[in-house]
Design a protein around this ligand. Structure first.
Ligand SMILES: [Zn+2]
Length: 50
């Protein structure tokens, strides 16, 4: 399974669907989250990657 948004490979059972799009959990949270929550989440992800 491949996320239609970020093209990441999604493990079996972890895929989410939203408006008939197949999404990974990260993208699924993104589409469901209010827009003002997104910068906070991206900031956290950047910190983890460093
Ligand atoms: Zn994704």
């Amino acid at each position: 399974m491949e996320c239609t948004k970020c093209k990441v490979m999604i493990p079996d059972g972890e895929e989410r669907t939203h408006k008939k799009e197949l999404l990974c959990e990260d993208c699924y949270i993104d589409v469901l989250s209010p827009a003002n929550f997104r910068p906070v989440r991206v900031g956290l992800r950047c910190q983890f990657e460093i």
